[in-house]
Design a protein around this ligand. Structure first.
Ligand code: ADP
Ligand code: TPW
Length: 585
């Protein structure tokens, strides 16, 4: 960042000597002063001029077609950069559209700030029916980490500083910043305005773990005969890549990456136990979680997945947990060795502690894992070599797997049910923070927002692997992708519906089943409508050719990849969470 010149508003005041600034300019200056150079948003009253002035001041302003997608873009920009992503919306309806993304960001520990314009406080508070009236601050509060409102221009600096700190310090999350319409036009002396701004010093301070906590954890790890490390997206966020790699390799402990931690070490790493997941979880005796919560994605740390006798029973493992949030400990099962701190500091402290000597895990444990792993990988290779007609998830993903291998810097965005689960297990990632997906909620709709932001903040090619249902949630943003000419290749795995396209209406009536879409839809035409490249692919060879061309040309591309509509399962890998009626008819 170069130095930031404050934006001085021109005014009609009779006193030509006094230079004034206003709310619009102070908001922009406060962002730029803190190194924030991009806004994802959607203009309208009262923030239209803010978008214009931000662009005029040299910020990148990426306009979306729906605020939820702008919000998702801001969230993932935050995850990728450790700076809060900014989403800017209009009042009530725009705010609510952005709020889903703010809540999702908070749930996933992504730092973002939703800045929404709001209507006149006096009218809103008396509920007198203002244009887009809503008490936005009150509504946002329970859905984010912190929420603030700024009423006076001279408080913009403090408001922004508080929002930035709340978003990135400790456990990162979403912050709401309410800016009433009246604030933007408020004027104040330019020099005083400049002085009122705060450049946040050390916004995400390191949190050094207590030495005794580290020692307790390392001692427990040392005592283990069957240790396992689980890396979560907190580990990916922390950007402590070298330390994490060093810890894994120096200890020789097998590890499992959670979905968005794939690639922290290459998925082809000899110590990855991903292909033996169902063996290592119940068998391990000490499990160390690094930036991963024991939530539903890890079966709450108990039950059959962990070798427990029934769905609630503890499997008997001991747990070490590295996390920045002290309240995370014991959330589901006992944490025997909690280590509270930032992952970079914690892992460095571990490395320091094991310097004095470390014995690799017993070879029986490693051999047993390798045996399962090799068997499963051989089975996978066999499945991937098949070339059924029509194409199925495996034969299509075999192509994606090759493309990512050849382009390890490309960012993979992924959503859907089967399209998500199969991609996660089939497509190896080679570098950190290259896999972005539905996260903690398993939310549909992140696809195009994540893709736009990933391309904008990284400049790398983006490949979005989308179920046809998943794509529909944000599909209109292909116009945004074309408008900014982003190197995004969207692949829609088109199997004619939610999960599959085979359901029928049991009444025989004219409506199709609730999970079924228009058969044979041509999503590729949507991209062509805005000047991008549309391709209809019905075989792995056609898919490969189109993906290679998209990567080579860097042109916005949408490949309608036709998948067997009978392939896959209802809800993908999490069918067991789906209640179905036992009552027949
Ligand atoms: P996953 O879904 O990959 O299992 P989660 O989102 O459940 O991951 O967990 C991420 C965890 O990482 C959260 O508990 C969060 O508090 C923690 N975290 C995020 N950033 C850091 C950091 N810099 N240092 C330590 N812990 C972090
Ligand atoms: C915001 C529920 C989970 S997965 C999915 C839905 C609607 C779509 C699955 O079909 P798709 O994938 O994308 O075609 P595939 O490969 O199985 O054919 N609304 C939100 N989030 C979620 N998770 C849902 C609904 C859901």
């Amino acid at each position: 960042m170069g130095t930031v010149e404050p934006q001085v508003a021109t005014t009609n005041t009779s006193d030509a000597q006094s230079q004034v600034t206003d709310g619009f300019h102070l908001v922009i200056d406060a962002l730029r002063l803190n190194g924030i150079d991009t806004i994802f948003g959607l203009p309208g009253i009262p923030i239209t001029d803010l978008t214009r002035k931000a662009q005029a001041a040299g910020m990148r302003v990426i306009s979306f077609r729906h605020e939820q997608n702008a919000g998702n873009a801001a969230a993932i920009a935050g995850f990728l950069t450790q700076k809060p992503g900014i989403c800017l919306t209009v009042s009530a309806p725009g705010f609510l559209n952005g709020l889903a993304a703010l809540a999702n960001a908070t749930t996933n520990c992504f730092p973002m700030i939703l800045i929404s314009g709001s209507s006149e406080r006096e009218i809103v508070d008396l509920q007198q029916g203002d244009y887009e009236e809503m008490d936005q601050l009150a509504i946002a509060k329970p859905l984010c980490k912190a929420a603030y409102r700024v009423l006076h221009a001279e408080d913009i600096g403090v408001g922004m500083a508080r929002a930035i700190r709340a978003a990135v310090s400790g456990r990162p999350g979403g912050v709401y910043l309410d800016l009433p319409a009246k604030l933007f036009a408020q004027t104040m002396d330019a020099e005083a305005g400049k002085k009122s701004l705060i450049k946040v010093v050390d916004p995400a301070p390191k949190q050094i773990p207590a030495p005794e906590a580290v020692k307790r954890a390392v001692d427990l790890l040392r005592s283990s005969k069957k240790p396992l490390i689980i890396l979560g997206k907190g580990a990916a966020y922390a950007q402590a890549d070298a330390e994490i790699k060093s810890l894994i390799e120096k200890t020789g402990i097998p590890y499992l990456p959670m979905s968005m931690a794939k690639g922290l070490l290459p998925d082809t790493h000899a110590q990855s136990a991903a292909a033996a997941r169902s063996y290592v979880l119940p068998e391990a005796d000490v499990v160390m979680l690094v930036g991963a919560r024991l939530n539903w994605l890890l079966s709450q740390g108990k039950g059959k997945t962990w070798g427990g006798k029934d769905s609630k029973a503890w499997g008997g493992q001991k747990f070490i947990q590295i996390d920045i949030s002290p309240q995370e400990m014991d959330s589901n099962v006992r944490i025997d060795a909690p280590v509270v701190g930032d992952i970079g500091s914690c892992v460095s402290a571990f490395l320091n502690e094991i310097k004095s000597g470390w014995a690799k895990p017993p070879s029986e444990w490693l051999n047993a894992i390798n045996e399962r792993k090799n068997k499963n990988l051989a089975k996978m290779t066999e499945t991937l070599a098949k070339n059924p007609v029509p194409m199925n998830f495996h034969s299509a993903l075999n192509v994606v797997r090759d493309i990512i291998k050849a382009n390890p810097d490309a960012i993979l965005v992924n959503e859907g049910a089967n399209a998500l689960d199969f991609t996660r297990s089939i497509v190896d990632m080679y570098k950190p923070r290259k896999r972005l997906d539905v996260g903690t909620w398993g939310i549909m709709g992140i696809g195009m927002g994540f893709s736009v932001a990933a391309a904008v903040v990284s400049g790398q090619p983006v490949i979005a692997i989308e179920g046809d249902s998943a794509f529909g949630f944000s599909g209109m943003e292909v116009e945004t992708i074309c408008r900014y000419n982003l190197p995004v290749c969207v692949v829609v795995f088109n199997n004619n519906g939610v999960y599959r396209g085979t359901d029928v209406n049991p009444t025989g009536g004219p409506d199709v089943a609730p999970t079924v879409f228009v058969k044979g839809a041509r999503y590729d035409k949507l991209m062509e409508a805005f000047g991008g490249m549309g391709v209809h692919a019905t075989s792995p060879a056609e898919l490969r050719k189109a993906m290679e061309e998209a990567i080579r040309s860097k042109k916005p591309t949408l490949i309608n990849a036709v998948i067997d509509e009978t392939a896959g399962t209802e809800s993908g890998r999490i069918t067991s969470l789906n209640p179905t009626s036992a009552k027949k008819k």
